[in-house]
Ligand binder design. Sequence first.
Ligand code: GLV
Ligand code: MG
Length: 307
Amino acid sequence: MRSRRSCLAVPGSNPRFLDKAQGLPADEVFLDLEDSVAPQAKEQARKNIVAALRTGDWTGKTRVVRVNDLSTSWTYRDVIEIVEGAGDALDCVMLPKVEDAVQVSWLDTLLTQIEKSVGLPVGGIGVEAQIESARGLVNVDAIAAASPRLETLVFGPADFMASINMRTLVVGQQPPGYTEGDAYHYVLMRILMAARTYDLQAIDGPYLQIKDLDGFAKVARRSAALGFDGKWVLHPTQIEAANEVYSPTQEDYDHAELILDAYERSTTVDRRGAVMLGDEMIDEASRKMALVVAAKGRAAGLARTKG
Ligand code: GLV
Ligand code: MG
């Protein structure tokens, strides 16, 4: 699995941003052809993105292009131009506003044809599906199962809030008047269940108040606590916060590695399925929880401080 703690949005119409993004410590960059690019700039943006993928240095980053959604006239040319032009320098295509499984199947088929035509390994390019409407959420299980190319489900809060008529204009914040609980809990959990059922990553969407880093961290912690793997970042200042929030703490990471050691010792040497680690009783389920935290910690480059 690729690390996607921070997924940086870069408008394809802005060559300066395409250049600058290469030096930033985001786990993923997605070069955008959709909502951050004006209709008149879409064609030039395709060319900018192909050039940036071809000639840029994206070492260490997952490279994604977000194409336009299937209700527009742009999607098929987006996919063809990007993949024919730079398919060997691309990890995934992100499809926005996915409403049902056939839309993912369409993209899968088109990618297969292009891969065959230009001599790329078939199935090599992955897909990220944005869930950002009521219909997309209702169909999320079928969408998650639609293609072996799928790597992530991505929550799109801005379009989603518009789709359900949520009564606020501030993405990620609780709508005024909703005083109990978290207005986003259901949708985040619904996406997470579908993602985990089909072994996909779950990624949280953007936080638009880019000067409000505390607000960003608060919203990020909310989805990280549930189990989300990362979040979009719109500005360099949000990257570090996302990388931190979606990595386990050093303490949790050390604890997870200790659980794995103790459990391994108890099952293989002592042949016991449950054992004490300090004051804590651990068993096979503890091992599974520890594996998740340890894997995320290792992927984030953490090193053990307790042996
Ligand atoms: C992202 O695409 C969103 O709509 O929030
Ligand atoms: Mg959107």
